[in-house]
Ligand binder design. Sequence first.
Ligand code: SAH
Ligand code: SF4
Ligand code: F3S
Length: 452
Amino acid sequence: MERRYLLRTFGCQMNEHDSERIAGLLTADGYVPTEDAARADVIVFNTCAIRENADNRLYGNLGHLRPLKERNPNLRIVVAGCLAQKDGAGILERAPWVDVVVGTHALPELLALLRAAQTEGPQLDVHEYTEVFPSALPARREVAHHAWVSISVGCDNACTFCIVPLVRGPQRSRPMEDVLAEVRALAGQGVVEVTLLGQNVNTYGRDLTVPGSPRRPRFAELLRRVNEVEGLRRIRFTSPHPHDFTPDVIRAMAECEKVCEHIHFPLQSGSDRILRTMRRSYRRERYLAWLEEIRAAIPGIAITTDIIVGFPGETEEDFRETLEVVERARFDQAFMFQYSPRPGTRAATMPHQVPKEVVQDRFDRLVALQERISLEIMREHVGRTVEVLVEGTGRKGGTQGRTRTNKVVHLPGEIPPGTFVRARIVSAHPHHLVGEPVSAPTSAERSLAAVR
Ligand code: SAH
Ligand code: SF4
Ligand code: F3S
């Protein structure tokens, strides 16, 4: 009898990458994927803890599984990820029908925990240390042409709003040779695009030593080495912390032809006062100066960001400063969030929490401004010819892919994922472009896509 698993992913790219490993471990154990909860033998929720609605969603979802578990006592329910790390035994208390709670560091133990749950009842492993990078576990990747590659896990910063250091631990970098060996192997399997992953990619190597050398490996050097890997065509990374964004990284980005012209550069706030209480060590003018340096070195680069609205103590004046920076920065896209207090973080107990209606009003104004800017930037693309890497079918049919600047492009017809297409942009929307292929993919590209 075939055993089936259903896996839901709730978090960021690191969480998605962990999900590939969860799928990889289960596949290695003989499971096959299913989308039908009623037919699943194992259901895994890979959770995120970044904002409060994540908690509510998890417990809501677990509530839905209860009748399923009552009908099928052989069903195993697993809660993995950052919320598992954060709430631990609390999950088993609130939802005693859960079988396994596996934290972010304990992922390699997943199969052993599932087996133990079979005979011994609910299992919990949220220990706080790992030497195993997610990339070192077996993988089941969603697409053949793209891969996530973890270069570091954890974070040494202490942004006062953020729960990540609490659930992912301090930064640990992966040895450069391990990263390179993985990227080479992936390129050998037909992967044309990699995204290097870390909470703070540009402090990569700070915690490493090179045997026999006083130097530590640096992120810029890693970019240059990955750029040399044959077969690879696009390199992305996420995310750098502005504070550690050094000129050698800008130079490496400018000089490495495979490194894509896109950088995700989280601003968080445009007010120096708020940046200080957030413990973000840069200030607005420094941030804007970095943007100028980056744009001067890499013409046409797209810059995206994260912004939090309604951080404790944020006044109307502070918020206007954010609007002003957003106006000046001209981000291609921004991920905008309403501040959500996370128990255990410094900001959660700060005075002057901003009332919900005020946060909502500011949020709406910020979104409106950014939508206008995004659309203006997108419109500048109309008439240009761009390289699109096809990712799959769009939500409404047709083909969907991305430019090197990470812009979503919709194309007519069905083109196999992994194909590179040159396309002329015919219309623009705030979050995507519409294009028409100007040349059919070359036969080499077609046959490459066909084997993937
Ligand atoms: N390591 C990344 C951030 C990961 S979290 C970095 O430093 O860039 C992704 C984004 O979620 C953050 O950039 C921030 O904008 C947002 N975020 C984090 N904690 C939050 C909170 N408590 N409330 C609202 N948004 C939050
Ligand atoms: Fe969180 Fe700050 Fe670390 Fe990013 S850099 S993960 S926002 S603590
Ligand atoms: Fe990512 Fe959410 Fe964890 S953003 S690191 S999955 S808390």
